[in-house]
Design a protein around this ligand. Structure first.
Ligand SMILES: Nc1nc2c(c(=O)[nH]1)N[C@H]1C(S)=C(S)[C@@H](COP(=O)(O)OP(=O)(O)OC[C@H]3O[C@@H](n4cnc5c(=O)[nH]c(N)nc54)[C@H](O)[C@@H]3O)O[C@H]1N2
Ligand SMILES: Nc1nc2c(c(=O)[nH]1)N[C@H]1C(S)=C(S)[C@@H](COP(=O)(O)OP(=O)(O)OC[C@H]3O[C@@H](n4cnc5c(=O)[nH]c(N)nc54)[C@H](O)[C@@H]3O)O[C@H]1N2
Ligand code: SF4
Ligand SMILES: [Mo]
Length: 851
């Protein structure tokens, strides 16, 4: 059995709507379903990495006759070679006939949504020279800070395109997508245990998983590992899922708590209240009152002293590995009874008590796992903080069966770029960043004021020219016009941007505003690179390598594009970047200076990954002794993580697990001083209601919802699909054909899931066409009555609604979307303490009209 590339393309393009406002796509022929089974045929399994989501799994592709036909997990991977369904979809991505084949140039100067850019193919030479000329204009005018690089998904080769190239040309503006991803989730971990990252966990030994908006078998991180473990966990542990929606995981869990969106903080406080008032905290980890009496009495502060029989005795809580449990109680928890939380959360006081007791009974083997669902909310910094603090109460932090920081694989440090700067560039690098991080309204407290990115603020900042105007921008592997809430804000900003180049596999919404489009090699199949991540208590590095030839003239976004730009700039008289690249990335074996972008690309990946393949890390994990062996095995992993070493050695101010965060206090004081305001004014400017010391402990913050209840009676909530490869799988026909893998969803549709009780009130039935509107905007959808939606809430999956993402992804490419983009109605707001863009917590209210 075999299928040639042509037949395969026919299959993948089969259900394409052929209408298009652009003429750059090849003709689509009628589909003929071929046989796609290749097992048994002479082929080679080659290692690479899937980045369809942030699990970053080591995978292998079966290559037959120069075509990749099948994907499986890499048996050397820490999850034992497991994958989820999504890499199979990636085959449709790489063989997508709508991919960009050559560089393109815009010939229509007018920019806007629905405006045909009138792209025409050009050579790489012309494309690179056009961009280089724009950069030269900035250099000659002494305004290199007006260059902006926007990064979406990335490999560790982003060290070149994202981390160094902007600096080498004198721009401080390398802006990542992190703030639209999950920064608020990291906030809680950092301000309790000094760790700004995603967590690992010891699932084998876990007894209770309290999952906050976590749909681990369908999304989140380490998906294949969770899919594998869920069955075992069902035998030996209990799982409680807190989610307004009956998610895939909730449907398999022991309990589903259909919380009112945005009320996670209230539920967390009530759980903590029960644990403390009933004396159920982990005495070994947290400590105890010296006289063993429990002074956590509801509605009462823990006194500092007591009078017993005329004698004044101090009340002392001796804390072991934590800091500030009494302060947390006194400032916040004492009044946060389950009865108080019942009204806010929609979860009964009885069930809150039961969950708190079950969770505490599992002690250090109980995990409270906070996902973006419970933290990417307008005031989500504190539900991130609160959700993580529960791990402190039961002592599951860095414990067997608990939640872990995990370990990480080594890689080489980038060589110093500073010797390649001149005075003018150094000065430009000191300019403020365009995203307004660290200002009053945008603290972005990743370790320090302005330490984090405020991705989405770039749009408004560009339009306001505050702190200055951006003249030249490059984006790669991103699609902010589609992927950021309040998509109309980015549409406007991109319309006004004077020069934009997009490095992308496909023309996407963002490319429609581009002056130059550069075709990118697709990760996983066509390029080199590597990632570092953790799964199942191992840190690992997984390699990307080309399994097949790149499509058309595609090149690697993160290395080849900047190298070509550096060569062009050198020809125009500015040779700093090229000297840096050529001095520091010579061929590791021969010492040859890279002359082509391909040579440079290979030198960089070998250089950065060297510590895992030169044998120098063999004592820390897997044995790998050459570059070729790394390509063959695909992955290098550490020894299994041993919990316990971080305790009393956390990177917090006190080195303890902080319920009262001295670390946050210090950072907030610095932030306030920098902005010449008080700490209370700083909280206010960040849209938080807390004042004084309350700001330094986890606490309930009143939820923010845009839209008044009378006009917009429903709370809008959303989730990602099992089939989402972030925003990149929507030009694959399989995405639509099997969409009903998501609970409540319907194949080939983009439905809105409404509880039958609400459906009845509105007189709606399955299949009715509706318009959903929020104060931000509106979209069209179809009704699906479904009991898995909490009444009062309407739920829609994120992913569809592309108006320009190929002929499958859009109904009429460039003009009419297929389905609706949730970002059209999600309000353009911020979680300001972390700089994040909230997509959850029910921040938009909506009204529903039948059309
Ligand atoms: N299948 C799939 N998996 C992915 C990705 C993908 O594109 N597809 N992307 C990856 C990326 S980039 C990221 S950042 C992670 C994101 O990690 P996830 O954990 O997948 O985050 P979200 O999808 O944002 O939200 C998860 C859940 O939050 C629920 N939710 C909504 N509002 C609330 C609320 O107010 N409270 C609570 N408790 N829950 C709420 C939603 O119903 C949803 O089930 O996933 C990664 N994994
Ligand atoms: N409403 C809502 N919005 C969300 C989310 C959500 O759950 N709901 N999820 C958020 C999250 S967690 C994230 S991480 C962001 C992601 O948002 P972005 O960082 O903007 O990334 P994507 O939307 O995945 O789009 C990536 C684009 O890169 C191009 N591309 C695809 N494959 C490749 C490749 O291999 N190489 C290159 N160079 N280009 C490629 C395509 O143009 C594609 O549109 O979206 C966020 N936005
Ligand atoms: S989509 Fe995510 S979970 Fe699935 S294989 Fe790829 S990286 Fe792993
Ligand atoms: Mo993300």
């Amino acid at each position: 059995m075999s299928i040639n590339r042509r037949d395969f393309l026919k299959t993948t393009a089969g259900s394409a709507a052929v209408a298009s406002t652009l003429s750059i796509f090849p003709e689509v022929v009628e589909a003929k379903i071929g046989e796609l089974a290749y097992e048994g045929e002479a082929g080679k399994w080659m290692s690479s990495t899937c980045q369809g989501c942030t699990s970053w799994c080591a995978i292998q592709g079966l290559v037959v006759d120069g075509k990749v036909v099948k994907i499986r997990g890499n048996p050397n991977s820490p999850s034992g070679g497991r994958i989820c369904p999504r890499p199979h979809l990636a085959l449709q991505q790489v063989y997508d006939p709508d991919r960009v084949k050559t560089p393109l140039k815009r010939t229509n100067p007018k920019k806007g949504k629905g405006v045909d850019p009138k792209f025409v193919p050009i050579s790489w030479d012309e494309a690179i020279n056009t961009i280089a000329d724009k950069i030269m204009e900035l250099i000659n005018a002494g305004e290199t800070h007006k260059y902006l690089l926007m990064r979406g998904r990335y490999t560790y080769m982003n060290e070149i395109m994202y981390n160094t190239f902007p600096k080498l040309i004198g721009s401080p503006n390398n802006i990542s997508h992190s703030a639209i991803c999950a920064e608020a989730e990291k906030f809680g971990r950092y301000y309790t245990e000094g760790y700004w990252d995603y967590a690992d966990a010891d699932l084998d030994n876990c007894k209770y998983l309290l999952a906050w908006g976590w749909d681990g078998i369908a999304s989140n991180r380490q998906t294949p590992w969770f899919m594998n473990q869920l069955g075992y966990m069902k035998d030996k542990a209990r799982i409680t899922v807190i989610d307004p929606r009956l998610s895939a995981t909730a449907s398999k869990a022991d309990r589903w708590l259909p919380i009112i969106p945005g009320m996670d903080g209230a539920l967390q406080m009530a759980i903590a209240h029960v644990i403390l008032s009933e004396g159920r905290w982990n005495k070994t980890f947290v400590g105890n009152f010296t006289d063993k009496i429990n002074y956590f009495i509801p509605e009462k502060e823990v006194p500092s002293e007591l009078e017993v029989e005329g004698k004044v005795i101090p009340v002392v809580f001796e804390e072991n590995h934590t800091h500030g449990v009494v302060a947390w109680w006194n400032l916040e928890l004492k009044d946060r009874t389950p009865e108080w939380a019942e009204k806010l959360t929609g979860i009964s006081a009885k069930e809150i008590k039961e969950v708190a007791r079950e969770f505490a009974a599992a002690g250090s083997r109980a995990i409270s796992w906070v996902s973006p669902g419970a933290s990417m909310q307008v005031r989500g910094a504190y539900s991130s903080f609160g959700g993580h603090a529960l791990n402190g109460l039961v002592g599951s932090v860095d414990a067997e069966g608990g939640i872990l920081q995990g370990s990480s694989a080594p890689s080489a440090k980038m060589p110093d770029y500073k010797p390649y700067l001149n005075e003018q560039l150094e000065k430009a690098l000191k300019q403020k960043k365009i995203d307004q991080r660290g200002t009053k309204g945008f603290p972005a407290l990743n370790k320090k004021s302005g330490g984090g990115v405020v991705t989405s603020r770039v749009a408004q900042a560009m339009m306001d020219k505050d702190p200055y105007d951006i003249k030249v921008a490059i984006g790669y592997w991103n699609n902010f016009v589609f992927s950021i809430n309040g998509s109309n804000v980015w549409e406007k900003a991109m319309e006004q941007l004077p020069f934009f180049a997009h490095v992308t596999t496909n023309i996407a919404e963002m490319s429609m505003y581009a002056d130059i489009v550069l075709p990118a090699k697709m990760h996983l199949f066509e390029r080199y690179g590597f990632v570092k991540n953790k799964q199942n208590m191992y840190g690992y590095m997984s390699i990307h390598q080309p399994l097949i030839k790149p499509y058309g003239e595609a090149k690697t976004d993160e290395t080849e594009v900047p190298f070509l730009l550096a060569q062009a700039l050198a020809k125009k008289g500015f040779d700093g970047p090229l000297r840096y690249f050529q001095d520091n990335f010579k061929d590791i074996e021969t010492g040859k200076t890279p002359e082509t972008s391909e040579e440079f690309d290979l030198n960089v990946v070998k250089f950065l990954s060297k510590p895992v393949w030169d044998g120098s890390s063999n004592d820390k994990g897997d044995t790998i002794n050459s570059w070729n062996e790394l390509l063959e095995k695909g992955v290098w992993k550490t020894k299994k993580y041993k919990p316990g070493k971080k305790i009393d050695n956390f990177k917090t101010e006190t080195k303890k697990f902080e319920f009262y965060s001295e670390t946050l206090k210090k950072v907030m004081i610095e932030h306030a001083e920098k902005n010449k305001i008080t700490v209370d004014e700083a909280f206010e400017a960040a849209n938080y209601t807390c004042r004084g010391e309350l700001g330094f402990v986890p606490h309930y913050e009143e939820v923010v919802r845009h839209g008044d209840e009378a006009t917009y009676p429903f709370i809008f909530s959303e989730h990602r699909s099992r089939l989402n490869r972030e925003g990149r799988s929507q030009n694959c026909s399989w995405y639509y054909e099997i969409k009903d893998v998501d609970p409540g969803d319907v194949a080939n549709k983009d439905v809105t899931k409404i509880n039958p009780l609400d459906g009845k009130k509105l007189g709606l039935k399955d299949g009715d066409k509706i318009k959903i509107s929020s104060p931000q905007g509106s979209l069209e959808s179809e009704v699906k009555l479904w009991e898995g939606t909490r009444p009062g809430v309407v739920i829609k999956c994120y992913g569809q609604g592309h108006w320009a993402y190929g002929r499958v992804g859009s109904e009429v490419f460039g003009a009419k979307p297929r389905g609706g983009n949730n970002n059209a109605i999600l309000f353009h707001d911020y979680e300001r303490l972390s700089g994040a863009n909230p997509r959850h917590g029910g921040l938009s209210r909506v009204k529903i009209e039948k059309i």
